[in-house]
Design a protein around this ligand. Structure first.
Ligand code: NDP
Ligand code: X2W
Length: 347
């Protein structure tokens, strides 16, 4: 990178991932935040909406209309799916690279998208240019990309839990069960009946059973790693905590397996991937909170002939904002870890 600093805009920064992007990017040595947008809070200082930024990031929120008036290097879209696609279509030739945190360009085709998201896609041409932004698997494709589809939070934790085995084509067809739990910030900043305090507090329940839209995202990526199609049984659950995702994935493998071989396969696959930490005990969501880490713990159960792979991420960071920053680093030839060195926050 020749220039001093990358000029970035965060679109949709009144939400949770937008504010986490602002936190990471305001500390990033190679970034200047030029603009933060919000339609519903235009004119207010960003720190009025998110008081943790008081005296640190007080710039006024502007309308997304202002984005085309600036010369930018990167535009982060922290918008709901169904909304991002129109902004991608509008800004695709602006000269800025776009990193979209929504699900609008993560899947393979318009048809698959429309089936699983149950809505029309207004910019299907984007599927051909979008690169799936999971750095541990696709860094070489991400580097030259102009449009990155940042992965979903559950898919990030789920794919990383089983990728080493899929890449070696060791998974038995139709044997994968992914049991996943997410903190409440995964549902976005707008409160609903589901996220009402008394529905969540001291409660724990499954949702999206046998049909959650992340199922197909996980299937496409894991299937792609093995060079074919795959089906997974994915069940998400809502945890009464702010942030964190814990995945417990179960799978049968073909051929001989033992704990030593399993650990070796994971160690080899993640050897140059510093943000996936191979653990020797079950990780908890507090082991990764506030950080870009994905902690993974694979176990072989010889009694049932199954792998049990546990992974933990912070949904707002490795599941969204820090993954987007990692993608930006790759797209602009920066060090992978630039601006992402935070040690997890515990307790
Ligand atoms: N939360 C999470 O853990 C994760 C989220 N994601 C994805 O990232 C994206 C952002 O998520 P999150 O930050 O949680 O979402 P939030 O609901 O917290 O925020 C979304 C923001 O988008 C803006 N917005 C909403 N509707 C429109 C619209 N019609 N036009 C323009 N702007 C709109 C709003 O800002 P304003 O009205 O102020 O402009 C709002 O603050 C989503 O696509 C989500 O699926 C991905 C992985 C994890
Ligand atoms: C806890 C919770 O509600 N999680 C969200 C997923 C998080 C997310 O934002 O994912 P996308 O980017 O793919 O939409 C859900 O289940 O819909």
């Amino acid at each position: 990178m020749n220039k001093e600093k990358l000029k970035v805009a965060i679109v949709g920064a009144s939400g949770f991932t937008g504010s986490e992007l602002a936190r990471l990017l305001s500390d990033h040595p190679k970034v200047e935040i030029k603009m933060i947008t919000s339609e519903s809070h235009q004119g207010k200082p960003f720190s009025e909406l998110h008081p943790q930024f008081f005296d640190r990031l007080d710039i006024p929120l502007v309308s997304a209309e202002e984005v085309s008036k600036e010369e930018l290097d990167v535009i982060f879209l922290a918008l709901p799916h169904g909304v991002s696609m129109d902004f991608v279509a509008k800004w695709k030739d602006s000269g800025a690279k776009i990193i979209d945190l929504s699900g609008d360009f993560r899947l393979s085709t318009k048809e698959v998208y429309e089936e699983w998201y149950n809505k029309k896609h207004s910019y299907p041409e984007g599927f051909a240019t979008a690169v799936y932004g999971l750095p541990e698997l696709f860094s070489e494709k991400i580097k030259p990309a102009t449009l990155v589809a940042n992965p979903g939070c559950y898919p990030t934790a789920s794919i990383l839990s089983l990728a080493p085995l899929f890449a070696k084509q060791l998974i038995k067809e139709n044997s994968v069960i992914i049991d996943a739990k997410s903190g409440l910030t995964g549902a976005g900043i707008k409160a609903s009946a589901t996220t009402h305090f008394s529905n969540v507090n001291e409660n724990f329940k499954a949702y999206g059973i046998a049909g959650h839209r992340h199922t197909i995202e996980i299937e496409e990526q894991l299937g792609g790693l093995a060079g074919g199609q795959t089906a997974v049984q994915f069940t998400p659950h809502l945890l009464p905590v702010d942030r964190g995702i814990l995945v417990t994935a179960y799978a049968q493998v073909s051929g001989e397996m033992d704990q030593e071989r399993l650990t070796e396969i994971y160690r080899d696959f993640y050897k140059d991937k510093p943000f996936v930490r191979l653990r020797n005990q079950a990780p908890g969501i507090k082991d990764v909170r506030g950080s870009h880490y994905c902690d993974v713990f694979p176990v072989w159960d010889k009694r049932t002939n199954r792998v049990i792979a546990i992974s933990a991420i912070d949904n707002l960071l490795k599941g969204a904002a820090s993954q987007a920053v990692h993608n930006m680093n790759l797209m602009f030839g920066l060090e992978d870890a630039e601006g992402l060195a935070q040690i997890p926050l515990k307790p």
